[in-house]
Design a protein around this ligand. Structure first.
Ligand SMILES: [Fe+2]
Length: 456
């Protein structure tokens, strides 16, 4: 028996049509749909209708359906949040009958075929914890490949070697009962047979919004169970996602959920994760302007998008685009390739304790880089080389930043309301000078220790 496993269509009707056609051309007559049918592309109602028309199918709910469920019976005049615009649009553009059908689907299905137990669930987290997202999730892939495309063979090799090199992941897999585990959710296509066991994992990727970096193709996976043998074939159907992304501009979704749709268009045309980076960015932006409204209000949501698009890589510290070009040749910490990775790690570490004593009173999590400049700049130098330089401030102190191979950047620039002037004539700062103060040396060692503990 052959099944076409399709997941995460996310309102992309042309993609679903292309994948169904490809599967039917291969003679497949049984289908498994693993969740997330709406919220992203502008054809959610058509997608649900099309799935309802498929014969011989198993359908489960995904996580996105819950956003629609939460809107049922609510007062639409209160639907004013920017972040929720995509959910409002979907709710208004899915027929009541289709929504009812969707929400009536089970969260998981267990089957038995040819002596094999098959578990279908949208997210595998209940079985293997966060290991999938931690190691081969779309955010990890986007950072690892810096948004560059990848080919299916390289991706497959990389996923397998990453899984096999990780003790925690291997341990969770070894604890699974024999069976075939079918899921979606991460938008990254992968499959794996646990060595020495009859355990098979199948994530067909996202049919409508792939985020595994294989551009302009639509993934789905064929499961073949025949005479006790299990066959798994990962398919990529050629499809011009970049051209399709442009067509979203003509939709009412583009008008009514503009920011979300623009981010989705970027994801479609690159097949790389963007939305979670954008939401992290909006969080930082809202904290910086002191906006505590959640979900994000329209003004903050839209203003953050403008800024995010300007900085595009999601960072706002001075020289972030230059910093993205700097790589740690020999990795001291395997998770830190560029200063952007270091910034991400330090964002969780900078604290009052690591802030200069004379500034600690004014340190806040929203202004996390405050009073952290010199110890951060020397830590950057440890990992990436180059020199530490200082902008002379009005109070007579130096604000430290880095120059590596001609790339000028300042991981702690966000503490200043106005941009500093960085000049080639700025004075080189030395450790001897700065660490003459015992307390500063201790803070530097403290920051470094916290960093190493956090990424190990
Ligand atoms: Fe999804």
């Amino acid at each position: 028996m052959k099944y076409a496993i399709i997941s995460d269509v996310h309102g992309n009707m042309p993609a679903l049509n292309a994948v169904l056609e490809d599967a039917r051309n291969r003679g497949i007559t049984e289908f498994i749909f693993a969740g997330d049918y709406c919220l992203s592309s502008p054809y959610p109602d058509q997608v649900i209708s099309a799935i309802r028309n498929v014969q011989n199918k198993h359908v489960i709910r995904g996580n996105e359906e819950r956003y629609l469920e939460n809107l049922i019976g609510k007062d639409q005049s209160l639907w004013t949040d920017g972040q929720m615009q995509i959910s409002y649009w979907n709710y208004r553009n899915i027929s009541a009958d289709n929504l009812e059908y969707l929400l009536a689907q089970p969260a998981s299905i267990d089957l038995e075929r040819d002596g094999r137990n098959i578990h279908i669930t949208h997210s595998l987290e209940g079985f293997i914890g966060e290991n999938e997202f931690r190691l081969i999730g779309p955010g990890v892939q986007a950072k690892k490949y810096k948004g560059k495309p990848i080919d299916p063979e390289t991706l497959k090799r990389d996923e397998t070697s990453t899984i096999e090199a990780d003790d925690a992941f291997r341990k969770r897999l070894s604890e699974l009962e024999d069976g075939i585990y079918i899921f979606g959710h991460s938008h990254v296509q992968w499959s794996y047979k646990v060595p020495g066991k009859e355990v098979y994992l199948i994530n067909p990727g996202s049919c409508g919004l792939p985020l595994d970096g294989i551009e302009n193709t639509l993934p789905y996976t064929i499961l073949d169970i025949e005479n006790g043998l299990v066959g798994i074939e990962q398919i990529r159907v050629g499809f011009d996602l970049a051209a399709y992304a442009k067509t979203l501009e003509d939709s009412t979704q583009f008008k009514e959920a503009n920011v979300w749709t623009k981010v989705i268009m970027k994801e479609l045309s690159s097949s790389r994760e963007k939305i979670t980076f954008f939401i992290d960015y909006v969080n930082r932006y809202a904290e910086k302007i002191g906006d505590e409204r959640r979900p994000f209000a329209v003004d903050t949501w839209e203003a953050a998008y403008e800024k995010w698009e300007e900085s595009m890589n999601g960072y706002v510290f001075y020289g972030n685009e230059e910093a993205a070009k700097v790589h740690a040749g020999e990795r001291i910490l395997k998770e830190i390739d560029t200063p952007l990775d270091l910034y991400d790690a330090l964002s969780k570490i900078w604290c009052r304790e690591t802030c200069a004593p004379r500034m600690q009173d004014k340190w806040t999590p929203e202004n996390m880089t405050y009073g952290q400049c010199s110890i951060t700049a020397f830590l950057v130098q440890d990992l990436f080389g180059g020199v530490v330089k200082g902008v002379l401030l009005e109070d007579g102190n130096y604000h430290c930043y880095n120059v590596v191979d001609g790339h000028v950047f300042d991981l702690t620039s966000e503490q200043f309301d106005e941009e500093l002037v960085y000049s080639p004539d700025d004075k080189v700062q030395t450790r001897e000078e700065h660490f003459r103060k015992e307390e500063k040396k201790r803070r530097y060692e403290n920051l470094k220790e916290k960093l190493f503990l956090s990424v190990e």
